[in-house]
Design a protein around this ligand. Structure first.
Ligand SMILES: *Cc1c(COP(=O)(O)O)cnc(C)c1O
Ligand code: SF4
Length: 334
């Protein structure tokens, strides 16, 4: 692999890199030296939720390993076709949280902007895999959403979400962040994104400038599930963000066959800290249709979390939570 820094004077153009993402599971499996049928690929599952994986993420997969923990996060498998009672299209009741199209609020003091349905990677367990993204805020509805934020003085924090908000252009993000910073009662900016992990070239100088160019302190919550997801490029991107003053947190989804092992989660916390990311949440899976094969039973989940607490300093232990529709916050699981 060619060594590169995402903050070089001439960075890799991230949108070109994104457009070269794999969109065919067969092609990805072939490049990994795997046979589609014996690797567990189920073509009908790919029709339920499109396949998409950027190449930098693929570069961290092991060749010839059908159980690779990164591959299993993105590969459409038979399990997605099974209908299991208790699993539905909106497991966390996002529909009840809509204040105006594209603006969700569930909890006191913070509201979440669904800026786009676009993501760089399609994670098969995504709780928004069934989300009706025609309800995303886009540019047309943005003014209405910002009006609501401006008129509600209880909103101290705005969360940019999606999809992945960093699929938007730097100029659009900078403009939005400036509009939010002009609202006196907004005190914090938060970004929920997977892009610095799956496509580290996305962390450009203009992006860092947009995130840190206003009076709002910024926190970025990334999404990493396995230590193999963090490589030198991810670390460099995270260090650039941190050095510019962006606080970095991580959320992880507990996933059967991928990270449901104390050793793996402990290694993940340690490796994240080397990239200056602190653990925030470990989520028990949201029960979205098509994701039942990722669910870890509660007893195993509690055991492995207990082991994490026993082995890690407190600041490297994420809060283990489950989202219960209608609750006033994420609910501690243990
Ligand atoms: C999860 C979530 C948040 C963030 O909750 P925190 O506990 O503040 O991290 C905010 N808004 C919505 C709608 C959410 O689903
Ligand atoms: S990056 Fe996030 S929003 Fe996008 S598919 Fe993955 S989990 Fe879902």
């Amino acid at each position: 692999m060619i060594a590169r820094s995402p903050l070089n004077a001439e960075p890799l153009n991230w949108s070109d890199e994104l457009s070269r993402a794999y969109t065919s599971p067969v092609e990805l499996l072939r490049d990994l030296g795997l046979d589609p049928a014996s690797a567990g690929f189920a073509p009908p599952a790919a029709r339920l939720f499109h396949f998409r994986v950027p190449r930098p993420f693929v570069n961290r997969m092991q060749r010839c390993n059908p159980r690779d923990p990164l591959l299993l996060q993105v590969l459409p498998r038979e399990g997605e076709l099974v209908n299991v009672p208790g699993f539905g299209s909106d497991p966390v009741a996002d529909d009840l949280a809509v204040r105006v199209p594209g603006l969700l609020q569930k909890y006191h003091g913070r509201a979440l902007l669904i800026l786009t349905g676009g993501c760089a990677v399609h994670c098969r367990y995504c709780f928004r895999r069934e989300y009706p993204y025609q309800g995303a805020v886009g540019s047309d509805k943005l003014t209405a959403a910002i009006e609501v934020i401006a008129h509600d003085t209880s909103l101290a924090e705005v969360i940019l979400s999606g999809g992945d908000p960093l699929t938007l252009r730097d100029a659009a993000l900078a403009q939005l962040i400036n509009r939010l910073a002009a609202i006196p009662h907004v005190r914090r900016l938060r970004v929920h994104t997977r892009l610095p992990v799956v496509l580290p070239s996305r962390v450009t100088s203009p992006l860092v400038a947009a995130l840190t160019g206003t009076r709002l302190p910024a926190v970025m919550v990334v999404h990493v599930n396995h230590p193999h997801e963090i490589d030198r490029d991810v670390r460099a991107a995270c260090l650039a963000l941190r050095d510019a003053g962006v606080a970095l947190l991580n959320q992880t989804v507990l996933l059967r066959g991928i990270n449901d092992c104390a050793e793996t989660l402990i290694a993940l916390s340690e490796k994240m800290f080397e990239a200056r990311i602190l653990p925030y949440y470990l989520h028990q899976l949201d029960r979205v249709t098509g994701a039942s094969h990722f669910e870890v039973d509660d007893v195993s989940a509690r055991n492995l979390y207990t082991e994490m607490r026993r082995r890690l300093p407190g600041y490297l232990v994420p809060r283990f939570v489950r989202e219960i529709a209608g609750a006033e916050s994420k609910t501690p699981f243990l």
